[in-house]
Ligand binder design. Structure first.
Ligand SMILES: Nc1nc2c(c(=O)[nH]1)N[C@H]1C(S)=C(S)[C@@H](COP(=O)(O)O)O[C@H]1N2
Ligand SMILES: [Mo]
Length: 318
């Protein structure tokens, strides 16, 4: 049980990992419990049926990301969700219990040096985790502020080794109507897909999330792996990802497929550009009477405004 089993499709670590990431990881393990304990703990956890990544939490907080508002209560965030695979109400906790986040394999394909699949529990140990406090703004004009745990998407892009022709990253959620009843509703363009330009994907803010409030991410928040792009409306932050593709053409996203006149590819937060059916000027903080003015790029203009130079002709804010 303590011997790490390597499945046929798994690359030896030194092959799959760029050197910088590989050496970071060794430094990371060396600083922590040590190589032997670091490798054994998850195996024991898996055998006991507990989450095999518990030993990675809580991760060290990155002090570069600070908030201008209180952190939303964990219970509130965990009980007010959008996860259409499990229903269109905000109360999906019960239905989402059917999601099985183990075993979980992520396919990396498209325009990469060599497509591969990787188990989530292997992936999470290839890149050091950190905690970040981010604002989060849903297109429906409510917002929250939460501590996410994860790693920069940029590190995963480096691991994937995209070819120069790759211009976009496309993310896909699992597809299984037997566990996700919403996926039986044929008028939705399942599976849920999202996309970013390469420049967006390699921006320091784009985070692959594995945890929230210092623990592995629970099902309703998108276990075991989701995206968080805090300068964009929440629907870009696709949950329960099992495929990441590097492509030349701009991917058609789930919400665009459903209603292109209301939900576009870019979806950058902008208080001055209303949704066709409501204003985006202010937002309701979850769990508070406080309505706040919405901030351009959700307050992250300094980090991301430069990504959109020369794209002024596009529908950047819906
Ligand atoms: N697969 C999937 N991802 C999704 C959604 C969804 O319905 N399915 N909803 C999106 C929307 S609209 C929002 S606001 C956020 C909500 O994330 P949270 O429930 O963790 O707060 O998830 C996004 N990611
Ligand atoms: Mo949303």
């Amino acid at each position: 049980m303590l011997i790490k089993r390597r499945l046929g499709w798994e690359l030896p670590e030194s092959q799959a990992t760029p050197e910088s990431v590989f050496f970071n990881r060794r430094a990371f393990l060396g600083a922590g419990a040590g190589l032997i304990a670091g490798a054994a703990l998850p195996q024991i956890a898996a055998a006991q049926g507990t989450d095999p990544t518990l030993d990675l939490y809580p991760a060290k907080q990155n002090p570069a990301y600070t908030l201008d508002r209180p952190v939303t209560e964990a219970d509130l965030a965990a009980n007010y969700n959008n996860f259409y695979e499990f229903g269109t109400s905000k109360d999906v906790v019960g239905a989402a219990k059917r999601l099985q986040p183990r075993p979980w394999t992520i396919a990396i394909d498209g325009m990469v040096e060599k497509p591969f699949e990787i188990g989530f529990d292997d992936l999470i140990r290839k890149i050091p985790l950190e905690e970040r406090l981010y604002r989060f703004r849903c297109v429906e004009a409510w917002s929250m502020a939460v501590p996410w745990t994860g790693f920069p998407l940029k590190a995963l892009v480096e691991l994937a080794k995209p070819q120069s022709g790759a211009k976009y990253v496309r993310f896909e959620t699992f597809m299984n109507p037997r566990i996700a009843p919403g996926q039986s509703q044929r008028w939705y363009p399942w599976p849920y897909t999202e996309g970013l330009t390469m420049a967006e994907a390699t921006n320091e803010l784009a985070l692959m999330v594995t945890g929230i409030y210092g623990k592995p991410v629970p099902n309703q928040h998108g276990a075991p792996l989701r995206l968080i792009t805090p300068w964009k409306y929440g629907f870009k932050s696709v949950k329960s990802i099992n495929k990441i593709s590097f492509v030349a053409e701009r991917p058609k996203t789930f919400w665009e497929g459903l209603q292109a006149s209301e939900y576009g590819f870019w979806a950058n937060v902008n208080p001055e550009v209303p949704h066709p059916r409501w204003s985006q000027a202010s937002e309701q903080l979850l769990g508070s009477r406080d309505r706040r003015p919405t901030l351009l790029f959700n307050g992250y203009a300094e980090q991301v405004a430069g990504l959109y130079k020369g794209l002024e002709g596009e529908n950047l804010y819906m």
